[in-house]
Design a protein around this ligand. Structure first.
Ligand code: UGA
Length: 305
């Protein structure tokens, strides 16, 4: 099969693209290498791929002969208040509108990477997909808007879309602005880590290769028009994740306490009954094993000359 992967130089997109190639598929990998974080890291992620530079907010995807689009490109990060909102609107809403329109016209399935942040401080935990969305970050609002755009294009133009709500993916190549990447970096370099809030906020951390498998399963056999939570099996607080990483690394983290950040949710906990039932998927990597792999990856990079 031939698939387009948008955001193919990113943390998740690059590993999805590699997995598709390993599975014998053809891919068209695109990314616009934004400067949200060091573009050298994206070049490194994309090293084994041919990634075309494309700004989806302005350019149109050529979907001739393409069997499906994995739309992972976007502006991430929940701490998104202020003038940066324009980037969120452009890179999430404006870009996705063009992707959905092209896919609807070509009759090509889209698997869209949305986020647990659309739930905000959720109605209930574990959180099923039908919970009321009430994002508390501008980022979450744009991701929810993208989900709703996909729905509108499905109603108006027959778009075949499957929406995945990713719950805090982690592992090798995790974005450098994310907490676990900063923690392993601080442990490896002996620098400090700034903890926002009391550290008792918790996440359904999801190991990246588990999430990649869920993403491929959604393309292969997701029900059209369906939203699926993609969440790891184990919820942990930031303090628990830090304790595990200290054990794994044999080092002590230099922790600096900072006020809680606007846009951060207190808790995420994925109800994964739907994805288990429809796709037969569940996360299989324990937090301990996943953090071990992330630590090994990050510490080897710091040690490299
Ligand atoms: C992450 C991603 O950044 C979003 O792009 C994604 O959509 C979302 O997961 C999701 O999958 O739902 P988040 O869970 O907030 O968002 O992940 P982190 O940025 O790693 O933050 C986790 C926790 O660590 C937050 O409570 C945050 O306050 C805290 N944190 C983060 C710190 O204490 N210090 C830091 O330097 C960074």
């Amino acid at each position: 099969m031939k698939f387009v992967v948008t955001g193919a130089a990113g943390f998740i997109g690059s590993q999805l693209a590699e997995r598709l190639l390993d599975g014998g598929h053809d891919i068209v990998a695109v990314d616009c290498f934004t400067d949200y974080y060091d573009a050298a890291l994206k070049e490194e992620n994309a090293a084994g791929l041919e990634v075309a530079r494309l700004d989806l907010a302005e350019e149109t995807l050529d979907l001739a002969g393409v069997d499906g689009v994995f739309h992972l490109a976007g502006q991430p990060g929940v701490r998104s208040f202020g003038d940066v909102f324009e980037e969120y609107v452009r890179r999430n809403l404006l870009a996705s509108r063009r992707v959905f329109e092209a896919a609807a016209a070509a009759g090509t399935r889209v698997v869209f990477a949305s986020s647990s942040s659309i739930y905000g401080d959720a109605e209930r935990y574990p959180t099923p997909e039908e919970s009321e969305p009430r994002p508390i970050s501008p980022y979450g609002i744009t991701k929810l808007g993208c989900e709703q755009l996909a729905y509108a294009y499905s109603q108006g133009f027959g778009l075949d879309a499957v929406v995945l709500r990713y719950f805090t993916f982690y592992g090798p190549r995790q974005r450098p602005d994310m907490a676990l990447a900063r923690i392993v970096g601080a442990l490896a370099r002996g620098s400090s880590f700034e903890l926002y809030g009391d550290g008792l906020q918790s996440r359904s951390f999801t190991y990246v290769s588990d999430g990649v498998e869920a993403t491929i399963a959604a393309m292969e056999r997701g029900r059209t028009g369906t939203v699926y939570n993609v969440g790891g099996g184990e919820e942990a607080t930031m303090r628990e994740a830090i304790a595990t990483l200290e054990r794994v690394s044999g080092r002590t983290l230099d922790l600096v306490e900072r006020p809680a950040a606007a846009g951060d949710v207190r808790r995420t906990s994925a109800d994964v009954a739907r994805i288990e039932r429809d796709l037969g998927w569940r996360a299989t990597t324990s937090l301990q094993d996943g953090l071990q792999a992330q630590w090994e990856w990050a510490s080897a990079r710091v040690a490299a000359p």
